[in-house]
Ligand binder design. Structure first.
Ligand code: URP
Ligand code: ZN
Ligand code: ZN
Length: 455
């Protein structure tokens, strides 16, 4: 199957230029000012950007929290991803206690069968011991070169000593660990205080985890990384203070990778006053406008990539909290809307360039997570994961038109400028005029150790 993309503005690897792109057999075969070849299909990209397929570094599809399972599995989550221009997700395969990493990887491979976008896995580990250590090389041999550890959540929390040991071992092998940074003990104490005062409404979720709860976790991770002589990745960074801690560590010479999410660029904590405030219960919580501004400023250089932390629950699932914010399943839906939100709130606003958007949504993740130049760039020889992005299309986000399997969206009713008009997944034209026309074209992405772009 060959496709010729004509007249688009290619935005890739820090520059933009007008050129045609010829794709055959799932690979980019030629890029030139004017390509005169026969092709099975022609796409006119005049007035649109031609970008490397976006990579979402942070999704939770088919995640079992014990009380409930996320509303989206790989079938629905990956379909929503592709319509939003995400051609690859890095989902968190999760090693629950008592499981091996191999068990978790096998389970996640099964879950992901038939996905509409490409997928790779970070391994989220709930325990760290000699047995898990022995599995790291085997994970790498199977294309898993990044891991996640949580400082919070009863079922996943690991202590600082374990984070230190894991960082030491995995960094020697060239792997990266992402850490969910919050102070567990203080958080538990604050939740207990609020409950004792009868403060259980959704808005107290944010009150229980103010900025310092994240910033302390980030500061601690920075020092643990320093002691382990290891690079660290802060997942879903949301605060000015957390960003400052990471900047300090970098100023000391540490290698720090930062991820944020659209919710921390677009929404703020006033959402907790709304009737459907449960849908905004996610961790970290939504923050103040000054944090939004700091994170937005950070996109110009401090922050390396933007993932969604897509972890969706229906309103019925959110109601499992039964009026107690601390029992509401944490997470929100976002996998479909990342590019249009970043385009609207960061590019159209004049804060970052379209070239920077390409880096934050695809290129940097491809490098750091060992997929480059197979993915993350428009180059001859790279995979034909391509987004043709219309920067002028305006529409309103709604869960009713999103493909995710969930009766709510944190972005409900927001007007965005920009839409992924056409999307190619492995050279297959999967989204036409904004509509998903081909499902199930995703493949497993075997990842190498990443490029340490901040070494
Ligand atoms: O609230 C969130 N973010 N839920 C998903 C799990 C996590 O912390 O990443
Ligand atoms: Zn997290
Ligand atoms: Zn997450």
């Amino acid at each position: 199957m060959s496709i010729l993309i004509r007249n688009g503005l290619i935005v890739s690897e820090g520059r933009s230029y007008l050129a045609d792109v010829y794709v055959d057999g799932g690979i980019i075969k030629e890029i030139a000012p004017h390509i005169d070849r026969e092709a099975d299909e022609l796409i006119d990209a005049r007035g649109m950007y031609v970008m490397a397929g976006f990579i979402d570094t942070h999704t939770h599809f088919d995640l079992d929290l014990g009380v409930t399972v996320t509303a989206d599995n790989f079938e629905t989550g990956s379909a929503a991803a592709v319509v939003g221009g995400t051609t690859t997700v890095l989902d968190f395969a999760t090693q629950d206690r008592g499981m091996t990493m191999q068990d978790a990887l096998d389970v996640w491979h099964k879950k992901a069968q038939g996905a509409s976008c490409n997928y790779g896995f970070h391994m989220a580990v709930s325990e760290w011991n000699e047995e898990r250590e022995k599995e790291v090389k085997s994970m790498m041999a199977q294309g898993v070169t990044s891991f996640k550890m949580y400082m919070v959540y009863d079922s996943m929390k690991v202590d600082d000593g374990k984070i230190y040991s894991a960082l030491k071992l995995t960094s020697e092998l060239g792997c990266l660990i992402g850490v969910h940074c919050e102070n567990y003990d203080v958080l538990q104490a604050r939740i207990a205080e609020l409950k004792a005062e009868g403060k259980t409404a959704p808005k107290y979720h944010a009150v229980s985890r103010p900025n310092a709860v994240e910033a302390e976790g980030v500061a601690r991770l920075m020092r643990i990384g320093e002691l382990a002589k290891a690079p660290v990745w802060v997942v879903h960074l949301s605060t000015l203070e957390g960003l400052e801690e990471a900047r300090r560590a970098r100023a000391r010479g540490q290698e720090v990778y930062l991820e944020t999410c659209p919710q921390y660029l677009v929404l703020n904590d006033s959402e907790y006053e709304k009737d459907d405030a449960e849908k905004f219960i996610m961790s970290p919580p939504l923050r103040h406008d000054c944090d939004k501004k700091a994170i937005l400023d950070g996109l110009m250089g401090d922050i390396d990539f933007i993932g969604t932390d897509h972890c969706s629950f229906t309103m019925e699932q959110k109601a499992l909290g039964n009026g107690d914010f601390s029992k509401v399943p944490n997470g929100g839906a976002g996998v479909q809307n990342r590019a249009e939100l970043v385009h609207t709130y960061c590019v159209k606003s004049g804060d970052i360039s379209i070239e920077r958007m390409a880096e934050l949504l695809s290129e940097n993740a491809a490098k750091i997570f060992g997929m480059y130049p197979q993915k993350g760039c428009i180059r001859v020889g790279s995979d034909a994961d391509i987004v043709i992005f219309d920067p002028n299309d305006e529409h309103v986000i709604s869960y009713k038109t999103n493909l995710h399997n969930c009766d709510n969206s944190p972005y409900e009713g927001i007007r965005v400028v920009g839409r992924c008009k056409h999307v190619l997944v492995n050279g297959v034209h999967a989204v036409r005029d904004g509509l998903l026309t081909e499902r199930g074209r995703g493949k497993y992405v075997f990842r190498k150790a990443g490029i340490r772009t901040r070494k």
